[in-house]
Design a protein around this ligand. Structure first.
Ligand code: ADP
Length: 271
């Protein structure tokens, strides 16, 4: 069998089990004259773990920001759980889903950024309970219960009363992960969550993400420069360059049998 045929099958096998939780169709994004994404097609199956690798400026963060509705596509569509984030009006102009739909769609997506963006004036516990109380409408006790469970999962159950300034970068990032998880999203986006950390703190954050990934329930889109991590955690690796998905496949295919010269060159920098 041709290698590329096998690759397509590996992807289809995962994706065909259930309807995708996220679906990008011909998504393009330009800022003025600068085209960042070119006709991206991507399905994320429920529970699927996808790592996105590629050079800086290849559009990885923009892909994630579009899914969070922090940016609007120049063309194309994105669906979460079958619901469109934008649709075309009668004049052919893209219009964002109304607030009610957006609210429900956003609740299905959790995102952790490079910078933790914790609320500095709130305790760790309150950082994690704010959204469940004010966005999901949970009562305080239930929100606290959920938050403690998540903080325990990321190894910070002993820091509930601390404030962000009292924590290390790795600990803050683990709070940010708990804060996203507490909303029980269907998809988690991790955008270079370790790149702002001191090297000795990277391991503890990756370990937490590995553990969550192993639980298997949530789909994950992991934008990362940590190749070993991507290889171990992901079901599928996507390589972006110049705003396109240039190659994709299982970790074995991407890391041990890369086909495109651009991917081969990119990977050679990590050896
Ligand atoms: P990556 O995550 O692969 O590094 P990005 O998606 O962050 O790539 O960015 C791709 C390019 O888009 C970068 O060159 C960046 O400068 C540009 N870009 C991102 N956001 C904006 C914006 N709001 N306005 C103009 N250019 C932007």
């Amino acid at each position: 069998m041709e290698p590329h045929v096998k690759k397509e099958e590996a992807i289809m096998n995962f994706a065909s089990k259930e309807a995708p939780v996220v679906r990008y169709r011909k998504v393009s994004k330009s800022f003025g004259d600068l085209t960042i994404l070119r006709e991206i097609d991507l399905d994320i199956a429920p529970g699927e773990k996808i790592a996105v690798i590629g050079p800086s400026g290849s559009g990885k963060t923009t892909m994630a920001r579009l899914l969070m509705t922090l940016e609007e596509p120049s063309s194309g569509t994105i669906e979460v759980d079958g619901e469109h984030l934008w649709h075309k009006n009668v004049n052919g102009k893209l219009v964002r889903a109304d607030e009610k739909h957006l609210h429900s769609i956003r609740g299905k997506i959790g995102m952790v950024f490079q910078h933790f963006n914790l609320f500095p004036h709130m305790s760790i516990l309150r950082n994690v309970t704010e959204a469940p109380i004010h966005v999901l409408g949970l009562d305080k006790e239930e929100a606290i219960d959920r938050a403690i469970t998540m903080l325990r999962k990321v190894g910070l159950a002993d820091k509930l009363d601390h404030y962000p300034t009292q924590l290390s970068g790795g600990q803050k990032q683990r709070v940010a992960i708990a804060r996203a998880l507490v909303m029980r999203p269907k998809v988690m986006l991790f955008d270079e969550v370790t790149s702002a950390l001191d090297p000795e703190l990277v391991g503890e954050v990756l370990a937490v993400i590995r553990e969550i990934a192993a639980e298997g329930e949530m789909a994950m889109l992991l934008i990362t420069h940590e190749m070993d991590f991507a290889r171990d955690v992901a079901d599928r690796i996507i390589f972006t360059d110049g705003g396109r998905i240039v190659e994709q496949g299982t970790p074995e295919q991407i890391f041990y049998k890369p086909e495109s010269p651009r991917l081969q060159t990119f990977l050679s920098r990590f050896r």
